[in-house]
Each structure stands twice: as structure tokens, then as C-alpha cells.
Design a protein around this ligand. Structure first.
Ligand SMILES: [Fe+2]
Length: 303
């Protein structure tokens, strides 16, 4: 009979899990268990603190709906999402545009639009801009017919999912690059925003005296057959939180700006936001999306 104490409990738990047939599940659960036990030992976790943790995670789950994903927000604010992105980029066989967060506001099935169309569907006081660039492969050739999904907050820093009727899509669109790999569309310059603070993650951010802001940004998912999907975001220079993103999405190579005089703009007389994307060749590993449409996550849990 094994004596269970604060040291032997880890080995006992791992022994019992050793029967897991799926090798990856076995590896992940064993490592998770070791780290959780080491965490509890390191901080000398008390029963009250353990219960606080259980209450916190319960509240995070209860806050999740088809339009709100508090667990992704938690992962983002802990830096875990950004870390998973970095690990994903390390597996690429060719260099490409760096990954950034999907975040909790992605919607699949955004409106399919033509090049030059606007993604703005509601009256706005935002600065209209032309968002454009090219999608290249590693040989430096434009990738034709690539799918460019774009979504962003408005000039007040809010996404459609945070509005009165979150089922109405705004400031989202799906485009196809032309024969030269070009894309161009009309939108408005986004404003940075405070992450949703009315849930348990907001309580955590306040307890840590963090500001809770993200710098202004525009999200992208870009894909084409034979290429690794690029899941990323562009960040606007000049934003006061560009160096202190609450969810650690900003990296230097993804920072761009609004150009008020751009003679190369495919839509003349508009300020521009320009960025070229680079798609690496496809490799044998899964999606780079550290996030998902909240309605899909809820649907999977319910089914
Ligand atoms: Fe965002």
C-alpha cells in the first residue's frame, strides 16, 4: 500500500493515467498533472485558494455564450494564446507572416464581397481607409484566388458581437485575391479597445492592476490550397498601448500605419493601410487558429 503524501501523489496520479491508449492524450495529461501538482506545491495552495480557483473557472465557463468566449479571453490575457501561436510558427517549414491572436470575436461565414467593396454596413464616424496589399508565396509570386477573411472593431473600439443585436455582422468580410495576389477593400480605421471587463477575466485584470487595453488592430485569416493558413492581425503604430497589449498579440513585424497620402492606393483619394502577407507552403500539421467562432465552441460542447 502506497503512502500518499504531498510528494508521492504525483506519481500515484501518473501511474493511474498510464493506461491511456492515445499517446498524445497520455503525454498532455501527464504533463498537465505534473505541472499542476508542482504549481500547488510551489505556492503551498490552501483549500480556500483552491476553491477560489474552482469558482473562478466556473464563472469563466458560465460567461460563455454563442457570442462570448470568456475562456479564450482568459487564455489570451494569460499569454497562453500568444505562446501557442509562437509554437505553431516554429513548426512552419518556410518563413511566413507571423501569427497573431484570433481573439474572441471571430465569426465564420462573414459576407463574401468583391475587391473594392466596403465592410462597413452601419453609419459611422470613422475615418474611411483603403486596406490593401498582396499575398505572396515564398518564391515571391502573388497567390491568386487566396481567401482573405478580415474583421475588426469600429471607430469606438467595439465589434459587432458587442452591439445591441450581435447576430448582425458588421466590419467583416471574405475576399478573394486577384490574379496577382492583390486584395483591396474599403473600411474604417479601427480604434483600440479595452477587453470585455464585465466578467471574471475583467475581475482578474483589475486585481492585477493592468490597464486591459488592446492597441488598434485588424484581424486576418488568409488561406489558399497548398499553403499554410496565416492567422494574424495588423497593429496600428501610434497607439498608446502598442507596447503593452493586454493579450500579447503585437509583434514588431505586424505593425503598420495609416498613410494619408499614398499614390499607390488602388482606391484613389483615400488614406491607406497597406500590408503584404506571406504564405508558407502547407505542412503536415493542424490549424493555426488559436481561437474560433464562439457559437461553434458552444455548439460543440452542447452536442
Ligand atoms: Fe481584436
Amino acid at each position: 500500500m502506497r503512502a500518499i503524501d504531498e510528494h508521492t501523489i504525483t506519481e500515484a496520479a501518473l501511474d493511474q493515467m498510464a493506461s491511456t491508449p492515445d499517446p498524445r492524450l497520455k503525454e498532455i495529461m501527464a504533463a498537465l498533472t505534473r505541472h499542476l501538482h508542482n504549481f500547488a506545491r510551489e505556492v503551498d495552495l490552501t483549500p480556500d485558494e483552491w476553491l477560489e480557483g474552482i469558482k473562478f473557472l466556473t464563472a469563466v465557463g458560465q460567461k460563455c455564450t454563442a457570442y462570448r468566449q470568456e475562456f479564450i479571453l482568459l487564455s489570451d490575457t494569460l499569454g497562453l494564446s500568444s505562446l501557442v501561436n509562437a509554437l505553431h510558427d516554429r513548426r512552419a517549414t518556410e518563413a511566413g507572416t507571423k501569427s497573431s491572436l484570433v481573439g474572441p470575436f471571430y465569426r465564420q461565414d462573414s459576407p463574401v464581397l468583391k475587391l473594392g467593396d466596403t465592410i462597413v454596413t452601419k453609419p459611422t464616424n470613422g475615418l474611411e481607409v483603403c486596406l490593401y496589399g498582396r499575398v505572396f508565396n515564398s518564391a515571391g509570386h502573388g497567390v491568386p484566388n487566396a481567401t482573405v477573411q478580415v474583421w475588426q472593431p469600429d471607430e469606438t473600439g467595439n465589434y459587432d458581437l458587442q452591439k445591441h443585436d450581435p447576430s448582425e455582422m458588421d466590419l467583416r468580410g471574405t475576399f478573394r485575391t486577384d490574379a496577382e495576389g492583390r486584395f483591396y477593400l474599403r473600411t474604417i480605421a479601427p480604434l483600440g479597445y479595452m477587453i470585455p471587463m464585465d466578467g471574471p477575466v475583467g475581475d482578474m485584470i483589475r486585481a492585477q492592476q493592468r490597464h486591459g487595453y488592446r492597441p488598434a488592430h485588424i484581424h486576418f485569416i488568409i488561406g489558399a490550397p497548398g499553403y499554410r493558413e496565416v492567422v494574424t492581425a495588423l497593429y496600428l503604430q501610434g497607439d498608446e498601448h502598442i507596447d503593452s497589449d493586454t493579450v500579447f498579440g503585437v509583434t514588431a513585424s505586424l505593425v503598420t500605419g495609416v498613410n494619408s497620402k499614398d499614390p499607390s492606393s488602388p482606391i484613389p483619394n483615400l488614406p491607406t493601410i497597406k500590408f503584404d502577407f506571406h504564405l508558407p507552403a502547407a505542412a503536415a500539421y493542424g490549424s493555426g487558429r488559436v481561437g474560433a467562432d464562439p457559437s461553434q465552441i458552444v455548439a460543440k460542447v452542447a452536442s
